[in-house]
Design a protein around this ligand. Structure first.
Ligand SMILES: [Fe+2]
Ligand SMILES: [Fe+2]
Length: 219
């Protein structure tokens, strides 16, 4: 991976600006999906975890919006209204276990891994804007993994096994939908100096790691 920040290049600024817009849009969608989920979450601890996350994501959106304004690049949304609606609908229709899988393993853990790949390549201001959000994402992933392990532990053994076996497929399907949205992710990541193939490998490694965590018995 190229570790030389190209902070002065216009191509870098435009692409990083677009990635920041996308990250902020995704955080806002996560905030909305988690807020909707509070009412039907299975217990008070889950409700409190989701509510805390809504507050965290709200702060991330505010930090990123403030930074994008100062960064001065285009804030035109990457995700269209229709794509945003599709994402909201997707999360709204899921049962608790699938919600945990898609939200925390796919979006939070793997999405954050992709964002983390960009941090060493970023200009100091962008890096600082990502610091606190990425710290919080670790909490969100921990919450999701713990709740997923718990939900799996509460199932009969054969259901648990079937769910575990279906998780990689779910992650690939959702990842495929996101990559198929025509956002030009490869070009954007490459324009900020990332090696997209290496980034994809890193996300795959993270996937294997987190699947291992989920498969461990609930503690
Ligand atoms: Fe966030
Ligand atoms: Fe998060």
């Amino acid at each position: 991976m190229n570790t030389q920040p190209a902070a002065d290049a216009q191509g870098y600024r435009d692409a990083m600006g677009q990635l920041l817009v996308l990250y902020t849009q995704v955080d806002q969608l996560i905030m909305e999906a988690c807020a909707e989920r509070i009412a039907t979450a299975p217990d008070i601890k889950a409700k409190l975890g989701l509510a805390k996350q809504v507050g965290d994501e709200s702060r991330h959106v505010a930090i990123q919006r403030e930074w994008m304004h100062r960064f001065g690049t285009s804030q035109t949304p990457l995700l269209s209204e229709a794509q945003q609606s599709a994402i909201r609908d997707h999360f709204r229709d899921l049962d608790w276990v699938d919600f945990l899988t898609d939200m925390y393993l796919c979006v939070e853990a793997l999405g954050s891994d992709a964002v983390e790949q960009v941090v060493p390549l970023a200009d100091p201001g962008t890096r600082e804007s990502l610091r606190l959000p990425l710290q919080d994402e670790l909490d969100h992933v921990a919450f999701g993994v713990e709740r997923l392990r718990q939900a799996l532990a509460d199932m009969p053994a054969s259901d648990r096994q079937a769910h575990l076996e279906a998780i990689p497929q779910r992650i690939n399907a959702l990842g495929g939908i996101f990559l198929g949205m025509g956002l030009g992710l490869r070009a954007l990541f490459e324009a900020v100096g990332a090696d997209f193939d290496q980034l994809t490998h890193s996300v795959q490694r993270r996937k294997t790691e987190i699947l291992g965590e989920v498969a461990m018995p609930a503690g």
